[in-house]
Design a protein around this ligand. Sequence first.
Ligand code: Z5A
Ligand code: MG
Length: 212
Amino acid sequence: EGNSKESRGALVVLEGLDRSGKSSQCSRLVSLLERRGISAELWRFPDRTTSVGQMISSYLTNTSELDDHTIHLLFSANRWEKRSLMETKLKTGTTLIVDRYSYSGVAFSSAKGLDMEWCKAPEIGLLAPDLVAYLDISPEKAAERGGYGGERYEKLEFQKKVADCYEVLRDVTWKAVDACQPIEDVEKQLQEIVLDCVTECQKGRPLFSLWS
Ligand code: Z5A
Ligand code: MG
């Protein structure tokens, strides 16, 4: 898979607990890339704009109930429905900064007690990120930031379980950034690792699939 010398955009994923600062940093990264004349788009999962995304949204806001396996597969389907567009964007040179991805999918569902390997299975074959930047913060510190809304998973005890699951998923391709630093310092560290990744993909890094 992948033509090893073809220049392309980078697939950059930000992960981390609730309130770790993912959304703030994703938009800062896209602005930076645009200022540098690099074609870039901000994507997020769940993508609540699709019909699958609307089902997910009503589950998250507690307006609907779904079996744990069912909602897991909907989150995955929500990524699959964007897969081919994702590949086209990358191959035509657009870098994607993605706010949550399959790791959130596996971490949140296995935090509920679902088997981790079962959780990974529907993610196999989605595009593998070139970089996963993990915004590292303890569940307690994240909760102190406030703004925990009424959404389903926004509870300290559950976030502790999610943190443990992220820990299991973390591999050598992840780059952890201390998310407790001031927002500009987190931004600076992210800029460096993201620009390096973009450069590598411009040189023609092959595109891989999850979960190999
Ligand atoms: N979910 C799932 O179960 N399965 C899946 O496959 C996927 C997701 C993809 C919705 O996600 C839920 O779906 C989520 C996981 C689950 N569960 N929960 N809960 P979401 O992405 O829609 O969640 P969100 O509510 O939009 O984002 P978030 O994760 O809670 O927050 P964030 O994006 O990481 O943080 P932020 O919005 O950038 O910042 C939060 C606050 O902290 C804000 O007031 C900032 O100004 C402040 N902040 C940010 N950085 C700093 C620093 N460095 N210092 C101080 N304060 C800061
Ligand atoms: Mg967010």
